[in-house]
Design a protein around this ligand. Structure first.
Ligand code: P5A
Length: 454
């Protein structure tokens, strides 16, 4: 993509409304624009990152055997009256009436809607287990929307819903999703810490939040320092229930709790081993048994032919929140440092002197060759000062940078550096650099998920 043609409305000044680094950089890098409090448009650069995140979620969910659906954003109020949550949800729920004066709501979550589908379609235990998820917009009329897409009112969530015959089977599903969340978040370069949590309006009594540590996090969290050095699970067999249970046991052995669930007297961790920090909740999973299936009569016949309510859990990841969360975890004072797996482009070719025949020739050639090698390249071909180009490149944080200036062009070489380590540079001929960059990106992808940031 040529930057001269790309819609990247960057800002030079720090927007005054942005209190945290991710909000500031997302606005400045032209990733998002606010349209109303807590409601944002995603522009091309922001959308690319969000789609990469969604794809990582999708691939790993499909591996667990979950299936993707899309449910409507508008839901009929009757379903929520059936479960008893219509009144309970309070002012966070956006209530709407259609032209026939029928009450609708913009879904803040979808336990009722999916339960309705499953109760009508599934009659026998033979159709279980079933795990359905979507990656779709939610609306919560938050009291204090803030920090950009971190706490929005409209936001993109991956919400999954598990249906099982028994509590034991539902726990197996819970374990499988638990492990998949560790792998999904590690793939994005994050170090997730599963923490015991309160269940709030979703319900049930078994729940974990997946927290990443960041100074700007909204939650106060407590965990054993062991979590800072854990390696996320490598290749896993999701069908191996014992292995999944073992991994969950391993990951919950050490103490970790979000503020509301933290009981200092019971935590039993020596002060020197306990970390008290700020964290961002990027995922939250729940097992709530028959909380929805019983009142909504979502039943199946079991092996004995008896009608029994389904055992359910729900599983959420904040997809739009993660865009900001990753920035909080990975940046420097000049801008974002995207992990390769979620970066909007893999390489940034910068022509330091557009209009100079040699520079234009070599930079254009690099752009062509890298694109032909299947690398997603942003090519800064704009008629801008070199300093402006470099500052913007730092801001938008593409992992690899290929700089072409008059000096390097004169000897037919390009200068390659990584956004994460700008002081290390190597010069290569343009032919050798395509091979080098392809290998560097492949290596970075291969180790993501194993090397995590704190
Ligand atoms: C689980 C899936 C649920 O809604 N029902 C369906 C369950 N859980 S949750 O914890 O309330 O939300 C899941 C994740 O969504 C993100 N999130 C938000 N992101 C941006 N802005 C918000 N206002 C917001 N609220 C929730 C979080 O990452 C949360 O873990």
């Amino acid at each position: 993509m040529r930057q001269s043609q790309y819609f990247l409305p960057s800002l030079k000044e720090n927007p005054t409304e942005a209190q945290i680094v991710s909000h500031r950089f997302m606005l400045r890098a032209g990733m998002i624009r606010q349209s109303a409090s807590g409601i944002y448009s995603f522009l091309p650069l922001g959308l690319k990152v969000m789609q990469k995140i969604a794809d990582i979620v999708r691939v790993e969910q499909n591996r667990t055997g979950a299936m993707e659906v899309v449910l409507p954003t508008l839901q009929p109020a009757e379903l929520w009256q059936e479960s008893g949550r219509y009144e309970d949800y309070g002012k966070e729920m956006l209530r709407i009436r259609d032209r026939h004066d029928r009450p609708l709501l913009y879904g803040p979550t979808a336990e009722e809607l999916i339960t309705d589908i499953v109760r009508n379609a599934v009659k026998s235990y033979r159709s279980l287990p079933l795990n359905l998820y979507q990656i779709h917009w939610k609306f919560r009329d938050e009291l204090r929307p803030r920090f950009g897409v971190m706490r929005g009112r409209e936001f993109l969530m991956k919400d999954g819903y598990g249906f099982d015959l028994t509590e034991a089977a539902a726990r197996e599903t819970y374990h499988r999703v638990f492990v998949s969340y560790l792998r999904i978040l590690a793939e994005m370069g994050l170090r997730p810490i599963p923490m015991r949590a309160e269940t709030g309006p979703i319900g049930g009594n078994l729940s974990h939040e997946f927290i990443i540590l960041a100074d700007t996090g909204e939650s106060q969290v407590y965990c054993h320092k062991n979590y800072l050095s854990r390696l996320t699970p490598g290749a896993v067999d999701y069908q191996d229930a014992a292995a999944m249970a073992g991994l969950v046991a391993d990951w919950t052995r050490d103490y970790a709790a979000a503020d509301e669930a933290h009981k200092p007297a019971e935590c039993g961790v020596a002060a020197a081993d306990l970390i008290a920090a700020r964290g961002i909740e990027v995922g939250h999973i729940f097992y709530f048994g028959t909380k929805y299936s019983a009142p909504m009569k979502a039943v199946v016949s079991n092996e004995q032919g008896h009608s029994v309510p389904l055992h359910m859990g729900s599983y959420g990841i904040g997809v739009s929140r993660l865009v900001a969360g990753i920035i909080e975890a990975s940046h420097d004072e000049n801008g974002i440092i995207w992990p390769v797996t979620v970066a909007p482009f893999a390489a940034h070719v910068i022509n330091m002197k557009s209009g100079d025949a040699l520079c234009d020739g070599l930079a254009g050639d690099m752009y062509q060759q890298l694109s032909a090698a299947g690398i997603d390249v942003l090519y800064d071909d704009r008629d801008e000062r070199a300093g402006v180009k470099m500052a913007e490149s730092d801001l938008i944080g593409i992992p690899l940078r290929i700089v072409i200036g008059p000096k390097s062009a004169a000897v037919a070489e390009v200068e390659i550096s990584a956004r994460a380590e700008p002081q290390k540079k190597i010069s290569l001929s343009s032919a050798a650099s395509v091979d080098f960059i392809t290998k560097a990106l492949a290596t970075a992808k291969a180790i993501s998920g194993k090397i995590c940031r704190v």
